[in-house]
Design a binder for this molecule. Structure first.
Ligand code: B3K
Ligand code: ZN
Length: 867
């Protein structure tokens, strides 16, 4: 039973009231200078904040400082006790003149901070996380991104327990104090918003290196970890240096401080945080060696290190005016890190991986109850808007501008943007305007991408008239309704299009950039004197769903010969998807075209092994589900299994050859990593065809592995097989890695992703395993995040999966609302499932909604999922 808070007629409780973008107003008070003095200990930390405040404009409003679970011990204005009041969580301080020195004192308990926002304890460390609104859990402050201050930070701590004291900027003073304590003073010369504040106190060792910038300045680099983890920091350090160089070469951006620190912590709500000069990372995005990290982990580390480093310009030097503008820094920075990884490795494979992620996570978001524009109009809890839409679709928007303008004009636009807004808090509009001003392009219609949610569908049909040598491409676009948005305007959709010869696969004429701006539009191609194949949305030039009437033969030709690697991959995926959808619809499974395309790909020596691996991966069950109006998870699973089996049987010889062709773990070249990826996919496909033989092969693959990539591929295959080899390998893995929490996360995740009848029982048992903990976000995600993404198992017809997830959300919400709220979306997809499951999913959501004392994070996700 939902309680009354879920009644849309009832006014929301004040803490659940939405905040609207249209209500933005500039701050009433500026805070140009801050001095923080922190007497640190895990049990109790006293924070004294001295804020220089100045009145902004002509008004007589008091100073209003945000707090969260804070109680003021003292409040002084210009040295005198102030007549302060509390309004909810806000501290309200009357001030007579136009400027004042305001001092507040509070006491906080880092070790009790299970939300991991503000100042908290992780292992023996004390560290901070302030984005978006964590600073107000440390001290009273306006805590909004358009208030920029210069910080001076004094930390006092026990010297034995916390020998290393770090904050933003540069260390300016250190010394010893009484009772075995010591102190350090740090100053950051760059004014910054409070969300970029950071400090760390702990017993840490550093991997030190340096980088010489393009103007010849030496920057000291340090990655701080526990001493025993130092050997695992080399890859992250190399990625940092590569990123610094790349940003100079590609964007002309030089690092600005003399010091760049990174600290790895085990308990962290997300990947990492770009605090000025002191990035704090989830240890899973720093620590790696061949024995404990997969090739995918290595790539993710480089990508996240680059992402956080790039924020120094796109986020820190130019920050966001308000949180509705989040994609200004996140979309742009994701685009930057994607391009960095494309340049460092295989451009085509990276693009395929990024599009797969977009389709797996962002497309469902865009078609569900939590759909929102890249620049949202309102939120209840901003932490819920760190989404694939803001990040990954946001990156696609920047990429589209790059495609429309071309690289030179785009670079001119980014230069103008950085010059114009350096040191400011800017908006998405400022970015687009800079692109327009520098290029002369008109992006007025393009701006709709920021305000209209939903994934557009483009229907394309090609007519060829051999007599006139003319081909006409007819395009039609549709932008679906999303919550709160109907009757949308047509978008500006950049489509890279080419026509290819059916005979040779060679392009007929040049590739064209078609700007689809109308609901219906035709494009004519001249001099088409042979039957053409349509290659459209090449490189995935727009984040849309393309529908074409190309037949199997045409797709097979494209899959074998399209010179654009993404389009080539896409044609193969389309073939598989088409076979799967018709089988789910009750037709016999037609596998021939998909198999022949896969065979041709495997045999093509010009393709790199990583591309072959991608091309062989059958669309995931959730991606298939996205294409259905009413998902029956058993049917989806059955069809996908049957296709994998058919491919495995038909291509057993080349797959065996690929599976046997390994590369030593030490070979981290593109070729070496590609071979490991391909042999993993080959193993999985062979096992689908013959489970008993697959178990034998996988166990041998596991036993012979000298690296985590091979080991985890083998374990991932064994996880879904009912064979004695399975238990033996999982027991071995556990015994070997039980002390390494990042690797143990894999042990949990691989079992939670298993596809077999008993998987649900196992997930329930793992939730009671002594190594399972809800307090560590990585462990929680490893089990619950992986499980709820395992469509067939999670959506068990009994509803047991939903019950388990709902129990986990309710329990996690009491500890860590942000992490709990991120677990809600799989239940929110209820409308897409067959009626029996839909009903059970809804009931699970209603049960959560009925819980007393729900956080606003979970409240927002659940209430939106129900309406
Ligand atoms: N900016 C941080 C994300 C903070 C999330 C706060 N809920 C990491 C990043 O995107 O780089
Ligand atoms: Zn970011």
């Amino acid at each position: 039973m939902a309680d009354t808070r879920m009644n849309p007629e009832a006014p929301p409780a004040p803490e659940h009231a939405p905040i609207f973008r249209k209500d933005y107003e500039p701050p009433r008070w500026w805070v140009p200078e801050i001095h923080l003095d922190l007497d640190l200990s895990a049990a109790s930390t006293r924070v004294t904040a001295t804020l220089e405040v100045t009145r902004n404009g002509d008004h007589d409003e008091p100073l209003r400082l945000a707090g969260d679970e804070l109680r003021p011990l003292a409040v002084r204005v210009d040295g005198k006790d102030a007549a302060w009041t509390l309004d909810g969580d806000d501290l309200v301080v009357p001030i007579e003149g136009d400027k004042a020195t305001v001092e507040t004192q509070v006491e906080i308990a880092p070790e009790k901070n299970s939300q991991l926002m503000g100042l908290y304890a992780s292992g023996g460390l004390l560290c901070t996380q302030c984005e978006s609104e964590g600073f107000r859990r440390i001290t009273f402050h306006p805590d909004r991104p358009d208030v920029l201050s210069r910080y001076r930070v004094t930390m006092h701590a026990d010297k034995a327990r916390h020998p290393v004291l770090l904050a933003n900027g540069n260390e300016v003073e250190t010394g010893d104090e009484e009772d075995g304590r010591h102190y350090a003073v740090w100053e950051d010369p760059f004014p910054k918003p409070s969300y970029l504040f950071a400090l760390v106190a702990g017993d840490l060792a550093a991997n030190r290196d340096h980088f010489t910038t393009m103007s010849g300045r030496k920057v000291d680099l340090a990655i701080w970890v526990r001493e025993k983890d130092l050997p695992k920091t080399a890859h992250a350090m190399q990625a940092l240096k590569d990123s610094m160089k790349w940003d100079e070469e590609v964007y002309g951006r030089e690092y600005d401080l003399d010091l760049f620190n990174i600290v790895a912590v085990d308990d962290f709500n997300f990947g990492a945080m770009e605090n000025k000069g002191l990035n704090i990372f989830n240890s899973r995005y720093i620590l790696a060696d061949e024995d404990t990290a997969t090739d995918g982990d290595f790539d993710n580390i480089a990508g996240v290190v680059a992402h956080e480093y790039f924020h120094n310009w796109s986020g820190n030097r130019v920050t966001c005016r308000d949180w509705f503008q989040l994609s200004l820094k996140e979309g742009f920075t994701v685009f930057r890190d994607q391009c960095f990884s494309q340049d460092m490795g295989s451009e085509a494979v990276k693009r395929i991986e990024d599009v797969r992620l977009l389709r797996a996570v962002q497309f469902p978001e865009d078609s569900g109850p939590l759909a929102h524009p890249v620049r949202p109009e309102s939120y209840i809890e901003i932490a819920n808007f760190y989404t694939a839409t803001v990040y990954n679709k946001g990156a696609e928007l920047i990429r589209m501008m790059h495609t429309i303008l071309g690289p030179e004009k785009f670079r001119a636009g980014s230069d103008l943007y950085f010059d114009r807004h350096d040191g400011e808090a800017a908006t998405c509009e400022d970015f687009v305007k800079a692109m327009e001003d520098a290029s002369g392009a008109d992006l007025s219609q393009f701006r709709l991408w920021y305000s209209q949610a939903g994934t557009p569908t483009v229907t394309a049909h090609l007519d060829h008239d051999p007599a006139s040598g003319r081909a006409v491409l007819r395009l039609q676009q549709e932008v679906p309704d999303t919550p709160g948005q109907t009757d949308k305007q047509p978008m500006a959709i950049p489509l890279r299009v080419a026509l290819l010869s059916e005979q040779s696969g060679e392009p007929i004429g040049e590739e064209r950039l078609v700007m689809l701006g109308e609901t219906r539009q035709s494009v004519t191609f001249e001099d088409v004197n042979e039957p053409p194949l349509l290659s459209i949305n090449r490189g995935f030039s727009a984040p849309v769903t393309i529908k074409t009437d190309r037949d199997d033969r045409e797709l097979q030709l494209l899959a074998a010969s399209d010179p654009d690697p993404f389009a080539r991959y896409e044609a193969g995926q389309d073939l598989m998807m088409r076979a799967l959808l018709s089988a789910i619809d009750g037709e016999p499974l037609h596998t021939d075209a998909a198999i022949e395309a896969a065979r041709a790909t495997l045999a093509d020596d010009s393709l790199d092994p990583a591309f072959k691996a991608e091309a062989l991966i059958v669309p995931s069950e959730s991606m298939i589900g996205e294409r259905l109006d009413s998902i029956d998870p058993d049917k989806v699973h059955g069809a996908r299994d049957a296709l994998r089996k058919a491919i495995g049987e038909a291509l057993s010889d080349p797959l065996r050859a690929a599976q046997a062709d390994g590369a030593p773990g030490a070979d981290r070249s593109g070729e070496g990593m590609g071979k490991r990826k391909l042999r993993g996919v080959a193993l999985a496909t062979l096992a689908a065809a013959d489970p008993a033989e697959g178990a034998r092969l996988a166990k041998a693959h596991y036993d012979a592995a000298d690296n985590m990539t091979d080991r985890s591929h083998a374990l991932g295959v064994l996880a879904s097989l009912d064979a004695p080899e399975r238990d033996a390998a999982f027991a071995d893995f556990y015994a070997r890695y039980r002390e390494d929490s990042l690797v143990l996360d894999k042990w949990f995740a691989l079992q939670a992703m298993a596809q077999r009848e008993a998987a649900l029982d196992e997930v329930e048992a793992l939730a009671c395993h002594p190594d399972f903990s809800m307090k560590n976000p990585n462990r929680l995600r490893a089990l619950v995040g992986s499980f709820s993404a395992n469509q067939w198992v999670f959506h068990h017809a009994s509803g047991r999966g939903y019950k388990l997830l709902a129990d986990m959300i309710v329990a996690a919400d009491k500890l860590n609302p942000q992490v709990a709220a991120r677990m809600v979306p799989p239940l929110g997809r209820w409308r897409r499932f067959e009626p029996g499951r839909a009903q059970l999913m809804r009931e699970a959501l209603e049960r959560i909604a009925g819980e007393a004392g729900l956080s606003k994070d979970v409240f927002e996700q659940v209430s939106k999922s129900l309406t």
